[in-house]
Design a protein around this ligand. Structure first.
Ligand code: NAD
Ligand code: UGA
Length: 464
């Protein structure tokens, strides 16, 4: 019987997922480990406002289970040794060097975990792929486990995560499905069943889908690709709307009312951000090319290309406006998180738009209710370095960035405002009153349909 589990990787997936398991399975000992000492310290911080991740509902779960049956620790080896089941929820970014650079997933973290599990295990283990991985990674993991440990048996199971940030806890409690891919052997089925027993505590069995390992691995990539494809599709229509007088909100509604299409993921935006959509599609592109399916690779690559097009299109609209109207080169950028209700800014459209603006000599005034100042600066720094700027050039460009602690201060006296993240604070802000009180009326670029007043002038509303 499984009584002790651990999760390697205390990030956006490992932390919330294990918090839910610990709350729903009070008899199970759950240890979340990470090589990042600072992160573990934050997870153990007495103040629940200092947790490394912001997710609605997470604080309460941590408060309820921490140091009862949920532990955060740096002692990875001990956790491996004493656990029956080990989840791997480490990051799998796009490779920066070597074969597949710029497309394939970098599996070094996963391989390092597999090696460590093999070396530190003194009994049989169930190893669970929680990270998003290319199809057939389980084979590689098995090879590593076997190479470094000849004594014990390891069952490798794929159990991809489908939570979305900002709604992670809600998604984990009310999952559309839990996907478990295992081998069709007696020990494989036994391992799958052990994991089913955990999820069954709060997920109806009808929603637990068992498949073979490869289907499970590929289904995760396919799901993200399909979701991102919907966003690129609707964003492509937003550009056509602007040329033709159609409205993207009306188009989304009309399309979404067809039950076969459905209403979700049809909201046009400055582009999709987040750590996964782009990386997972690029990984899919790599996979397709690897199997010589070049037309399929091109098809999916275009989803990412349309996303870049949309972000640049938004930024270009701003610079064109400044040039045509001879405005002061100052823009307030509202929102840095890649979506609302998260402090995560990985691949946020704000990074791309801001980087474009400062390269065009524009000063930006940034405000986000959740993302810290040093994170905003480091995001821009890393992005500018990644596109080839030298350190001294980056430092010069970063001087054009001012970060504000309140919305009011960030927009004060700005000739131009760009709204990129759909934070509730921006939706609730009294834009009418703000405009009324300004002598020189600012121009607002609303990329996420925050401003509801249809009569407002001096506004560019994306897709209209
Ligand atoms: P993250 O960067 O937030 O967390 C990963 C953690 O793993 C980091 O804290 C890192 O220090 C740790 N780590 C890396 N290598 C390690 C090692 N060898 N030993 C110990 N710790 C190690 O990443 P994330 O957002 O939680 O994503 C994790 C995986 O889950 C990725 O494959 C991602 O594609 C997938 N995923 C993410 C989300 C999401 O919403 N973020 C949703 C579904 C799936
Ligand atoms: C996404 C998927 O929704 C999750 O199922 C998946 O588990 C996760 O990726 C992952 O593998 O990491 P996430 O990126 O956290 O989750 O958030 P989403 O809600 O999917 O939003 C992604 C981006 O798309 C955001 O920038 C959001 O603003 C944008 N978006 C979303 C739109 O532009 N329009 C929409 O209609 C929906």
């Amino acid at each position: 019987m499984v009584t002790k589990i651990c999760c390697i990787g205390a990030g956006y997936v490992g932390g919330p997922t294990m918090a839910v398991i610990a709350n729903e399975c009070p008899r199970l000992k759950v240890v979340v480990v990470d090589q990042d000492e600072k992160k573990i310290k934050s997870w153990n911080n007495k103040s629940l406002n200092e947790l490394p991740i912001y997710e609605p509902g997470l604080k309460e779960l941590i408060e309820n289970a921490r140091n009862k049956n949920l532990y955060f620790s740096e002692d990875i080896d001990k956790a491996i040794e004493e656990s029956h089941m080990i989840f791997m929820a480490v990051n799998t970014p796009t490779k920066k060097t070597g074969t597949g650079k710029g497309f394939a997933a970098d599996l070094s973290n996963v391989e390092a975990c597999a090696k460590r599990i093999a070396l530190k295990s003194k009994s049989d283990k169930i190893v669970i792929e929680k990270s998003t991985l290319p199809v057939r990674t389980a084979e590689k993991i098995k090879e590593v486990l076997k190479k470094f440990n000849k004594k014990n048996n390891f069952e490798v199971i794929s159990n991809p995560e489908f939570l979305a940030e900002g709604t992670a806890i809600q998604n984990l409690y009310k999952s559309d499905r839990v996907l478990i891919g295992g081998e069709n052997t007696d020990s494989g089925k036994e391992a799958v069943n052990a994991l089913v027993q955990i999820y069954k505590k709060w997920i109806p069995e009808s929603k637990i889908l068992k498949t073979n390992v490869w289907s499970s691995e590929l289904a995760k990539l396919a799901s993200n690709a399909m979701l991102a494809q919907r966003i690129s599709s609707i964003n492509s229509f937003s550009a056509i709307c602007e040329k033709t007088g159609a409205s993207i909100q009306e188009i989304s509604k009309a399309i979404g009312m067809d039950r076969r299409i459905g209403t979700e993921f049809l909201e046009s935006s400055v582009g999709f951000g987040g750590s996964c959509f782009k990386k997972d599609i690029l990984n899919l592109v790599y996979l397709a090319r690897f199997y010589k399916l070049n037309d399929i690779a091109d098809y999916w690559h275009n989803v990412v290309k349309i996303n870049s097009f949309q972000m640049t299109r938004f930024a270009k609209n701003i610079t064109n406006y400044i040039e045509e109207n001879k405005k002061n080169k100052v823009v307030s950028v509202l929102g840095w998180a890649f979506k609302s209700n998260t402090n995560d800014s990985r691949e946020s459209p704000s990074i791309y738009v801001s980087s474009y603006l400062i390269q065009k000599g524009i000063d930006i005034k940034v405000y986000d209710p959740m993302v810290l100042e040093e994170r905003i600066k480091s995001d821009l720094n890393d992005h500018l370095v990644s596109i080839g700027f030298k350190l001294n050039q980056v430092n010069k460009l970063l001087k054009k960035v001012e970060i504000y602690k309140s919305l009011e201060k960030a927009v004060r006296d700005s000739p131009i405002i760009a709204i990129i993240t759909k934070w509730e604070e921006f939706q609730k802000f009294d834009w009418d009153l703000y405009i009324k009180h300004r002598k020189n009326k600012p121009f607002i670029f609303d990329g996420v349909k925050v401003i509801k007043n249809k009569g407002m002038t001096n506004i560019y509303s994306l897709g209209n």
